[in-house]
Design a binder for this molecule. Sequence first.
Ligand code: F6P
Length: 545
Amino acid sequence: MQDAEPGSRFPADLPAWLALQSHYDKDMHSQSIAALFADDANRFDQFSIGAADLFLDYSKNLISAKTRELLLDLAGEAGVGQGIEAMFRGDAINNTEGRPVLHVALRAAAEDQVGTGVAGVADVQSTLAAMAAFVDGVHAGEITGVSGQSFTDVVNIGIGGSDLGPVMASRALRHCWKPGMRFHSVSNVDGTQWIDLTSALDAEKTLIIICSKTFTTQETMSNAALAREWMKSQLGDNAIDQHFAAASTNHAAMDKFGINPDYRFGFWDWVGGRYSLWSAVGLSLALVIGMDGFRELLRGAREMDRHFRTAPFEQNLPVLLALIAIWYNNFFGAESQVILPYDNRLDRFAAYLQQLQMESNGKSVRRDGQPVAVQTGAVIWGEPGSNAQHSFYQLLHQGTRLVPADFILPVQSSGATQSLQDLAISNCLAQSEALMDGYAAESEDEAYRTHPGNRPSNTILLEKLDPGTLGQLLALYEHKVFVEGVIWGINSFDQYGVELGKRLAKSLTDAVSGDSGAVASNASTRGLLGKIHGMKKRLNVALRH
Ligand code: F6P
């Protein structure tokens, strides 16, 4: 069947979807992964694939050759190929906000022909050059604080996509930090992160990056105000000029805040918050790993972009990951997917993927405004193994739910001795095997020992965690999310679902502080406000003693 206009048809009406449903009903819903291995001596080779520096083993899935063929048909019928070209070309695929989606342009070279002609794309390289001059200047001790001391501590103040990317990547690349540089972050609205951080900071050596696409986000602006007051109190009003930099698309707001014009790094409205690590939002990361490391991250992502754009679907890692996820989500009814990295440096990787996947694909309205008729984005969660083994793996092995897993497994240790990473590797392999093979209790009396098995997983293997492979890994998941969105017919690039709560919080602020007669519209919130006011009253009395 001819490719459709991307996402224009209800997925469940597509012939491949119907064929998948009947294949699931007839052949697969009670299939066993072990039997699939028994039937095919070459299953590992047939169901694994390498791209750039990543290797995906998807043989431990409830997927036969026929399943894969039908899933690939689904990608074709849903117009994934056209969708990919539309994104790289710079079409306004973010239809609700009427703009292109061009994070891929942030890591492209001119010959890649990405978003050619879209305003801003031609400025990507000059912004990178400005970032490089700043980062190198800081490292060379040419750009310093007011007292002439070199910066050692970088604080990223941002939230959501303006926090999770820099935080996740700086932690993942801890072994690549420039000697003497330290990374910190402040995001949450309650202000405790800032308070806890300042006791460890020497203002003279501290550079604060205000990172916000809009430069209006409540959390970021309140934390930025705290930071500005602290800096003034430590080093005087003049310090703001030399101790604050910013990444934003809102030049007027950076002006108003008082950001030094030489320390402002812009980006463009076609960079979505959760896709923005590759832009000036990565400044704090670049300051700790160096501009060479940051460019390596971009290079890695570009490699995955080129793979995504050119590889046939049957060898295309992001397409395959998306199709496998759809298979469990839409046919097996899996509610969630767990992310299990076996390198503790990836301890914020699942949190990063939560925003990437759930903010992108947590939608129930199609691009054409109609309700989606199928499930969309799954709940994404996870923690690094082996910590997670001693926590929630019990449910993965013996619980009642199907939770497909992605194991992320670097082979080389990213810091400790290799023998310890070898322990991590053996734990990872043991877990995916146990999930698949299970364990039959020897007697009925010991039913509690039974592991039913037949629980699917992907393993993504990489030689080592470095800026290049991290770039590949992140781009892999970005594109996986995109493919899912095209098949479901949704816009993966807006986030109206976070707006309502923000609006309500604004209108409740006065009511919480008790400064106005503002009242909540429902009885529960009114009741809670009454309790909160009562508690505040008592606490104020207690605090006065
Ligand atoms: O939480 C919603 C959101 O709009 C995210 O999409 C975004 O990453 C985050 O807020 C931060 O926005 P900004 O970078 O504009 O401060």
